[in-house]
Write a protein that binds this ligand. Structure first.
Ligand code: CU
Length: 517
């Protein structure tokens, strides 16, 4: 290691930052043992952004059981010398045209917290922070008139995979499971008022069990607050101009958590709306992976993002485990595709219709998105009916999202099979919580484990206790604007009540009372 550094002209070891990574699978020359891979970066001074200076071509493997270390030198590439600092102390000037924007709630927020039970308007839920899954939302209910209606029993990320598509020695092996391997909950930030969350905030602490058996309190790990979210609904009656326009402001309740996993940040934001909509938004930020630009750089897999820095292409695929309990009973899932009508069905031949297909078995219920047919998946309770006599439902509206790109036989493909489909539905089993390589993901070779193995049983998922799994995310092709720190990129999905209520449940939201022209 020292010789390899020396060959690169690096003699001051204080300037070398070594970053441990989970190895993914055991590499061929370390077939057993708890292996950690290491890559390294160079500091110019202690406070700078060392990610700007990757020490290209040099990796090390450590067996944490035996202490054995193997160093691999794939050839010398000059280390970039440019600074790429993002911290405030390194900025020469700040824009000076920002006026204060204060959120004031003089009567306090409109939610109450009792332990981990939260009540906000008609919603209630419990929240917790799980060591692996991060933020967990439990027992989600909506007060509908005199009925306290259960919607979801539990909602949380199950696992995620971040496969890299670049063949360079610093990156080809990377496919991080930031929940299953890295224990997302342990990486939760302590949040700061006015920075991470704005307005009337109530923070909740979380307690994590450390490796030594001692508890560790993460203060302000979970942020709860409410936000104005623009227009909830509006209509202007143009034929009766004497009537005032009817408009309601939308308010949403936010439960959020931000995690730092090495170079990267993930924020998980659950939103609850007054019209019964539930949304999960993941915010991706932090520092992208870096390589030193060299004559062999393949820009299709490692686009240039800075003067001498490129960044490997990769995916972030999140698998959320949703345990529905619409009106507390057994549930089913129906896929809807909007298809062009058959000839003769419409006077102008211009018809199209929403065609519903029940997904009744675990194998049939493995689905991918289809934006062209506006494909959605509706969770229903076949035994609970709305005023129209139809089963009550919530439809899952997926984002425009990729599936896993590495093939089945690759390490990421064997371990991240959950990301092969955007939808899975399984029969509930209390032991089936881990979409990735099961409860012990770290260094698990994959295959016949996790969500694909759960669904392999091909159980019935019709009118029974089901779990709905949704895999969504982004394929991240880095851009110069992502460097040296990445502006938040958003990805997520929405669950809209679809016949769960008999009409718009937000007619009772009062007018704001201070509209003026
Ligand atoms: Cu990314």
């Amino acid at each position: 290691w020292l010789a390899a550094l020396q060959a690169r002209g690096i003699t001051d070891l204080d300037k070398v930052h070594v970053e441990p990574w989970l190895a993914g699978i055991n590499p061929p020359h370390m077939p057993t043992g708890r292996v950690i891979r290491a890559i390294a970066f160079l500091h110019e001074h202690p406070d700078d952004n060392y990610y700007a200076r990757p020490i290209e071509g040099l990796t090390a493997y450590m067996d944490a059981d035996s202490g054995e270390i193997i160093v691999e030198d794939h050839g010398i590439v000059p280390t970039p010398t440019e600074a790429a600092d993002y911290a405030a102390q390194f900025q020469n000037e700040f824009r000076d045209d920002i006026k204060p924007l204060d959120i004031a709630q003089p009567e306090g927020p409109s939610f109450e917290i009792d332990g981990n039970l939260i009540r906000w308007q008609k919603w209630s839920m419990r929240v917790s922070l799980n060591a692996v899954e991060g933020l967990v939302i439990h027992d989600v209910r909506y007060q509908d008139g005199d009925r306290n209606r259960k919607v979801f029993h539990r909602m949380a990320l199950s696992d995620m995979v971040v496969p890299y598509g670049d063949a360079s020695p610093l990156h080809f092996w990377k496919h991080a499971f930031d929940a299953g391997e890295t224990s997302l909950g342990h990486q939760a930030n302590s949040l700061a008022l006015g920075c991470d969350c704005l307005g009337e905030i109530v923070y909740l602490d979380a307690v994590m069990l450390q490796n030594n058996g001692e508890p560790r309190i993460i203060e302000n790990a979970i942020c709860t607050h409410e936000e104005d979210f623009g227009i909830l609904w509006k209509h202007t009656n143009v034929f009766q101009p004497e009537l005032p326009p009817e408009v309601r402001r939308s308010r949403r309740f936010v439960v959020s958590c931000v995690h730092t996993v090495g170079n990267y940040e993930y924020g998980f934001f659950w939103y609850f709306y007054q019209d019964g909509t539930i949304q999960l938004e993941v915010k991706l930020t932090g520092i992208i992976g870096a390589s030193a630009l060299h004559s062999g750089t393949d820009f299709e897999t490692s686009p240039q993002v800075g003067p001498n820095v490129t960044s490997p292409i990769h995916q972030h695929l999140f698998c959320v485990r949703l345990d529905p309990a619409l009106d507390g009973g057994t549930n089913s899932v129906i896929e809807t595709n909007v298809e062009v009508d058959s000839e003769g069905a419409h006077p102008y031949g211009a018809g199209f219709r929403a065609v519903a297909t029940p997904l009744t078995t675990e194998q049939q219920a493995r689905r991918v998105i289809d934006p062209a047919t506006s494909r959605t998946w509706k969770i229903i309770n076949p035994n609970s009916h709305n005023a129209m006599g139809n089963p009550v439902g919530y439809k899952l509206v997926p984002p425009s999202t990729p599936t896993l790109l590495p093939p089945d036989e690759s390490p990421a493909g064997r371990r991240g099979g959950f990301a092969r489909h955007n939808l899975w539905v399984t029969h509930y089993d209390e032991n089936e919580h881990y979409a990735g390589a099961g409860p012990f993901t770290n260094l698990h070779p994959g295959n016949r484990v996790g969500l694909p193995s759960y669904a392999a049983a091909d159980r019935s998922v019709d009118d029974t206790d089901i779990v709905v799994w949704h895999t969504f995310g982004v394929t991240h092709v880095p851009r110069p604007e992502d460097w040296p720190v990445m502006p938040v990129e958003y990805v997520g999905f929405t669950m809209m009540p679809t016949g769960f209520f008999d009409q718009n449940p937000a007619l009772d939201v009062p007018p704001s009372g201070h509209c003026s022209s």
